[in-house]
Design a protein around this ligand. Structure first.
Ligand code: FES
Ligand code: FES
Length: 163
């Protein structure tokens, strides 16, 4: 079995894995980082989004061996100790979740969205960019508000007040 070594949430990890091991299996089963969810296994729901090599990717449709040597961030790596990442805080403040199953993937996608846009994306852009993240509970309204607020907070601005 090939050995893979990655930096996950700032820590170097290695393991022998089967070549068919998916990145999401490596993260959940080998590393026990279960905040990354599996909702579909067919690259549709976005529950499994992590940051890998500086991009937000769906970890259910890529192999662990493809990321040998990469830097990976999962939802567990976003907070700074007890201090939530501004996007996590915005989801909490704006009630951007109900059951929470989609939330880790939504937040990881949202952080990367803001990093790519380098500012606060408008509502149309946020909705368009969320095409790959499905939520069965919320109707998206508060998720969109949370992402706008989180984006503003990430720029160092004042957070949009919760309504
Ligand atoms: Fe990866 Fe649904 S589990 S997109
Ligand atoms: Fe339940 Fe999104 S909060 S699926």
């Amino acid at each position: 079995m090939p050995k893979v070594t990655m930096t996950v949430n700032g820590k170097s990890v290695s393991a022998d894995v089967e070549t068919r091991t998916l990145l999401v299996e490596f993260i959940r089963q080998h590393l026990r980082l279960t905040g990354t969810h599996v909702g579909c296994d067919t690259s549709q729901c976005g529950a499994c989004v992590v940051h890998a090599g500086g991009r937000a990717i769906k970890a259910c449709t890529t192999l662990a061996v493809q990321w040998d040597g990469a830097e990976i961030t999962t939802i567990e790596g976003l907070a700074d100790g007890d201090t939530l990442h501004p996007m996590q805080e915005a989801f909490r403040e704006h009630h951007g979740l109900q059951c929470g199953f989609c939330t880790p993937g939504m937040i990881m996608a949202a952080v990367h969205m803001v990093e790519r846009h380098g500012g606060v994306p408008d509502e149309k852009t946020i909705r368009h960019e969320l095409e790959g993240n499905l939520c069965r509970c919320t109707g998206y309204h508060n998720i969109v508000k949370a992402i706008a607020a989180g984006a503003e907070a990430m720029q160092g601005g004042k957070r949009v007040a919760a309504e």
